[in-house]
Structures are given as structure tokens and as C-alpha cells.
Design a protein around this ligand. Structure first.
Ligand SMILES: *Cc1c(COP(=O)(O)O)cnc(C)c1O
Length: 455
């Protein structure tokens, strides 16, 4: 029989918590991130039984392994059915290479998968405890809108989104700022990493304890767990029993990739992960050299949601491989680099290559990619090129497309000459009223703003 899981902080200086406590807390008091004390294993026959299930059913079975004793089956089923009411297309490209489109949720980015489930779980526990939370979230593009949409209109949750003014597109901004109600949006003359640093400082500030702050960034374990599910789903739809699969994941803050690594450690037969970054190449450099240097300030690339110079979730990745990294990026204990290199391959893709890949994929296969998915696909192409003689021709590979091409119309139009059609969820926002305030990149100002607005 499975036991109730405990979650520990990667800085090893905070109490272990149960799932609902870690979910409502976000970041641990020692600034570490929560991880399961033991990663639950899913037996092979259970993984194989997923092959004829709907997405929400797979979500139910996979997440149940993390939530044992924390929620009733009936409640969990209600949550996943409600959260996952949209398609998850697996487009065939060539040979046995596919693109999984994680862009059919209400804000047309893969972040809907995590935000919708996390919001519903939080709501469930807050209601049960008659509590209120103030969610702070920094966004480099899509987190803010996914979270704002997932939480919009709930009575016992308020949300503040911080974003770097120059780094999100008009449409990404409008997806957050046109909501109103319990969603407040702050625009900063700063980088994503600065926004994230302000949020983290607020969490660690005892003077703000009374606000019951929590996070919805990928530092929240509640974001990570739902992101294990689509890896199982792709496998269930495409693999034959026992077969190994390769995933290519376009990565910024590494929450998506961590979902995949957890899925592998839960028993999913993954041959390798390809971690494709844009020009923020701190991870590929770390993987090859063992030395970690964050990039400050982060580099601006057209895959703007991946402009991250120090990915928060790296501390979790190191934890999986037996290492310890603190929140500043200092390695306190070396990870098992040999095993990490066996399971993960990483590459940095320039903007030039990102654009070229969008053009080539369209010309060659009528495959429409946006900049983030293009980084993933380019990573896969590079990997296949490097390992030409070692990979079987029929190797199953899935590259993740993390946003809808219509979110980046100018770039796509320039390169392919076509105008991607707006999904229903994005129609009509261009002319709506925007609610937003400007904020200086300064912790004291941020703190005063919070105190003034949430007494
Ligand atoms: C957030 C985001 C990413 C990066 O995901 P991480 O979990 O931060 O690595 C990639 N693509 C899009 C479209 C995103 O919004």
C-alpha cells in the first residue's frame, strides 16, 4: 500500500510538509523548493494500461500517486475532468517524430496544464480550511496569463502578476491585463529575473506574513506535478509496450523539463531528454563542464518566455541527481554528472537558428512552429544529427510545442508568409480595457504597494 508522501526543501533547512501544505506555501521558508521525499514509482503494467485512456484519466492516475491520502478519488476526478477539457494533439512530422501541441488550453500555452490543476487544488484546500491567499507571480510571458485565467474570479484568492515591460508581446500582456477583478498586474522596467527576485524577497519577508503569500510560479510543487502527465500521455498514445522514447523540451525556468524528469523517475521508459534552450545557455554549459554560471542579465531572444539566465528549477534537477544547489545558484554538493549526461542532452539554439527552423519546418513538412516550439524542434534535429549512427531510424521522438503560433503573428508572418489563425480563446482581447500599474524595480516600492493594496 502506498504511504502519504512527504515533501522536503532542497535547501534541507525546513520541515517536511504534506502535499497540501507545500502547495499552499509555494516556496519553503529556507528559500528552497519542495520535492517529494521519495518519487513514487508507477508499475509498468499500470503505465501500459494508460494507452486507451483519455487525457484526464491519465492525469487522474498519474497525479494520484503524489496525492495519496490528500484528496478523495471523487474530488480528484472532478478536478482533472474540469481542468483538462481540451485537445492535446500529437502531430506526426516525419518517420516516428512527432510534435505534441500543448497549446490548446484557454491561454494557448502549455502553462494552462499546470495552472488549471493547481488552481483547482488550491481552491479545494482553501475552501476546506476557510483560508485566503495572495498569489504573487513573476512572468516572462505565459505564466501570468495562464495563472490569472486559472484563478480569475475565485473568492478566496487574489493574484498579483509582475512582468518585464519589454519582454512580453502585446497579446501576452492583454491576456493578463484585460481580466480585472481579483487579478492585478504590475509592469516593470526590468528583466524577468528581477521580477522573480522581488517575488522571492517578498516570500521571505516576515513583515508580509500577514498577507498569506503564495506563489504560482514553477517553484510551486503544485505546478510541477501536473506537468508529469503529458509525458505519460504521449507515451501512451505513440509507444509500443516497453519501447523507449526521446523528448525534446524547449526550456526556460525548467519546470516543463522537471515534469519530464519526474515522469522518467516514476518509471516512464524515456531514453533521453533533450533540453533545448535559447541563447541563455547556462544549462548546456553546466552539463558539459560541471561548472554553473548564471547569465546576468538574461539575454533577450524571440522565444521570450525562455529568457531565463538562472532557472529556478535547476535546484530540483540537481536534487534528483544527488546534488545540492542553493537558491543563488551555488553548488553545495556535486550532482552525479555522469548519470545526468546519460539521461539528458542539452543544446543552445540561437535566434537565427530558431527563425530558420520555423521556415524549414514549414517548407518541408507544413509544420507550423512558433519560436519556443522551434527551439525544441531545432534541438531534436541537432541531436539526431549528432547521434546519426547510434539512433535507429524508427526511434520514437516527441518535441514539445509550448505555445500557439498565433501568439507570435509578426515573426511567423515574416518567416512563412502566412497568418496563423487566432484560437477562439485569443479572439476579442485586442480591444478590451487593460488594468495595469507601473512599478519601479525596487523591493521597498513593491512592499509598500502590497501593503497599500492589501490591508
Ligand atoms: C514558460 C514557457 C516555456 C518554458 O517553460 P519552463 O517550464 O519555464 O522551462 C516555454 N515555452 C513557452 C511558450 C512558455 O510559456
Amino acid at each position: 500500500m502506498e504511504k502519504q508522501l512527504q515533501f522536503y526543501s532542497t535547501n534541507l533547512n525546513a520541515d517536511n510538509l504534506r502535499f497540501h501544505e507545500a502547495l499552499l506555501k509555494g516556496q519553503a521558508p529556507d528559500k528552497g523548493l519542495y520535492m517529494p521525499v521519495a518519487i513514487p514509482l508507477i508499475p509498468t503494467d499500470e503505465i501500459e494500461s494508460f494507452s486507451n485512456m483519455e487525457y484526464w484519466e491519465i492525469a487522474f492516475h498519474v497525479t494520484k500517486h503524489f496525492l495519496y491520502g490528500e484528496i478523495s478519488d471523487q474530488e480528484l476526478e472532478k478536478i482533472v475532468r474540469d481542468a483538462y477539457d481540451y485537445d492535446v494533439p500529437l502531430d506526426h512530422v516525419c518517420e516516428r517524430k512527432y510534435v505534441m501541441r500543448l497549446d490548446r488550453g484557454p491561454t494557448a500555452s502549455f502553462k494552462d496544464f499546470a495552472a488549471r490543476m493547481m488552481g483547482r487544488l488550491m481552491q479545494h484546500y482553501l475552501k476546506a480550511g476557510n483560508r485566503h491567499l495572495l498569489i504573487l507571480t513573476a512572468t516572462s510571458g505565459d505564466t501570468g496569463s495562464a495563472v490569472a485565467n486559472a484563478f480569475y474570479g475565485l473568492d478566496n484568492i487574489d493574484i498579483v502578476v509582475l512582468f518585464p515591460k519589454g519582454e512580453v508581446t502585446d497579446r501576452q500582456r492583454k491576456q493578463m491585463t484585460t481580466l480585472g477583478k481579483n487579478v492585478r498586474v504590475l509592469s516593470l522596467e526590468a528583466k524577468f529575473d528581477d521580477c522573480q527576485a522581488l517575488v522571492k524577497q517578498a516570500f521571505a519577508d516576515p513583515g508580509l506574513d500577514y498577507l498569506q503569500l503564495s506563489s504560482a510560479n514553477s517553484i510551486n510543487i503544485g505546478r510541477l506535478i501536473p506537468q508529469t502527465v503529458y509525458y505519460f500521455y504521449a507515451y501512451a498514445r505513440l509507444a509500443s509496450p516497453g519501447e523507449q522514447i526521446i523528448f525534446s523540451v524547449p526550456s526556460g525556468n525548467f519546470g516543463d523539463m522537471m515534469g519530464g524528469v519526474l515522469a522518467m523517475k516514476m518509471g516512464l521508459p524515456v531514453k533521453r531528454f533533450i533540453i533545448a534552450t535559447n541563447e541563455n545557455d547556462e544549462f548546456p554549459n553546466y552539463l558539459s563542464s560541471g561548472k554553473y554560471n548564471k547569465i546576468e542579465p538574461s539575454r533577450n531572444c524571440i522565444s521570450s518566455a525562455m529568457n531565463v539566465g538562472h532557472p529556478s528549477n535547476l535546484v530540483r534537477l540537481l536534487a534528483v541527481y544527488g546534488g545540492i544547489m542553493d537558491e543563488k545558484g551555488n553548488i553545495r554538493k556535486k550532482a552525479d554528472m555522469e548519470l545526468m549526461r546519460k539521461e539528458i542532452w542539452s543544446v543552445s539554439i540561437t535566434d537565427e537558428e530558431t527563425r530558420k527552423t520555423i521556415g524549414d519546418a514549414w517548407k518541408q513538412w507544413k509544420l507550423l512552429l512558433e519560436p519556443h516550439g522551434s527551439v525544441g524542434w531545432a534541438g531534436l534535429m541537432r541531436y539526431v544529427g549528432c547521434l546519426e549512427n547510434q539512433l535507429p531510424a524508427d526511434q520514437l521522438c516527441v518535441s514539445l510545442e509550448t505555445a500557439h503560433p498565433a501568439k507570435f503573428p509578426d515573426e511567423i508572418r515574416k518567416i512563412t508568409g502566412m497568418d496563423p489563425q487566432l484560437p477562439l480563446s485569443l479572439q476579442g482581447i485586442d480591444h478590451k480595457h487593460e488594468f495595469l500599474s507601473d512599478l519601479a524595480n525596487n523591493y521597498q516600492d513593491f512592499k509598500s504597494w502590497l501593503i497599500e493594496n492589501y490591508k
